[in-house]
Design a binder for this molecule. Structure first.
Ligand code: ZN
Length: 323
């Protein structure tokens, strides 16, 4: 696996979708100032990330961390080749996100009835109607925009405990019927294990075929990477992750929430699976994150240990990389 310094980055074999600026920033109390957000997003882009969930369009009084969503989107749109993604919980959020010019919308639909009410104060059925309304708005006003659904609590729920796999599959099919392009599975609570991940993604593909989307895994119990690998072996090629594992799980103090982008990228690159990312620049992107959120704990085993001696990334331009 010797990298040729003259080759261009290989076509990525997996897409790591960075969710830190949304999922991460909305889970911490501190508000990252807008100029820091823009600098951080630019650093993520420079590391090679080509899909970033940059904001969520929700009322600022509910989430002051996201009050600058439109401005952040405007900046992200200046980065060529970047898919600019935003989370929208409802039609009103979708209207604002489309007005800002995003390329992709993602809606959270809970598989757990209890989590749905707690998270978005809507039943699961009401959320599917929201997906239908958003998909219709997209069709009529911005047909080039993608609509994705992430099924939260797909692997278990802190409120209701076990979540029936049949519920997950039924909701996935209903979301596609309602007009969504893709449905992914999210381990919101960090309950998933690799056998379960394989089983659910296999069923998802049977249920909705090529509409099967991303794996959004959490590292709450240390199984984040194992679960991503299980999903990869089941054919999943898009993985959500957060730089520095930002977005700690409120139910497990001290534990990392989202899978750490740096560790996930290292795993794939070490396996010879091209991510399109420059690991050195990815590590460097921790600096603007730290600067924008002083004192906030950030995670990552690879950044702490460093890359193995002699480690060369597959087909990444080494010139200028800090690996
Ligand atoms: Zn998450």
């Amino acid at each position: 696996m010797t990298a040729n310094p003259h080759t261009l980055p290989a076509t990525p074999e997996v897409l790591i979708s960075e969710v830190g600026p949304r999922d991460g920033l909305q889970s911490v109390k501190a508000v990252m100032p807008t100029d820091h957000k823009l600098r951080w997003i630019t650093a993520l882009y420079e590391a090679g990330l080509r899909e970033i969930e940059v904001a969520s369009f929700v009322p600022a009084k509910l989430l002051p961390q996201m009050a600058d969503a439109a401005e952040v989107v405007r900046h992200a749109l200046t980065l060529p080749g970047l898919t600019v993604m935003a989370l929208v919980p409802n039609l009103r959020g979708a209207e604002a996100a489309l007005a800002a010019g995003v390329h992709k919308l993602t809606l959270p639909v809970s598989a757990s009835a209890a989590h749905s009410l707690a998270n978005v104060r809507k039943t699961r059925e009401e959320m599917i109607e929201e997906v239908r309304a958003v998909a219709a708005l997209r069709r009529d006003t911005a047909p080039q925009v993608m609509v994705e659904v992430g099924i939260s609590t797909a692997f278990g729920c802190t409120l209701q405990g076990e979540v029936a796999e049949d519920d997950v599959m039924r909701i996935a099919a209903q979301c596609i019927n309602a007009g969504a392009d893709e449905v992914g599975l999210s381990d919101t609570t960090g309950y998933a294990n690799p056998a379960q991940v394989k089983r659910l993604f296999r069923r998802l593909r049977v249920e909705i075929g090529a509409h099967a989307g991303a794996a959004h895994m959490h590292n709450t119990r240390g199984l984040g990477l194992a679960n991503c690998l299980a999903a990869y072996e089941e054919g999943v090629r898009t993985f959500d992750a957060s730089l520095g594992g930002l977005g700690g799980c409120p139910y497990a103090p001290g534990a990392s929430g989202n899978v750490v982008t740096e560790d996930l990228a290292f795993m794939f690159e070490a396996m010879g699976v091209a991510t399109g990312l420059d690991l050195g620049k990815l590590m460097a992107a921790r600096e603007p994150l730290r600067a924008g959120l002083p004192g906030e704990p950030i995670y990552g085993m690879t950044p702490e240990a460093g890359l193995p001696k002699g480690f060369m990334q597959k087909n990444v331009v080494q010139k200028g990389a800090h690996v």
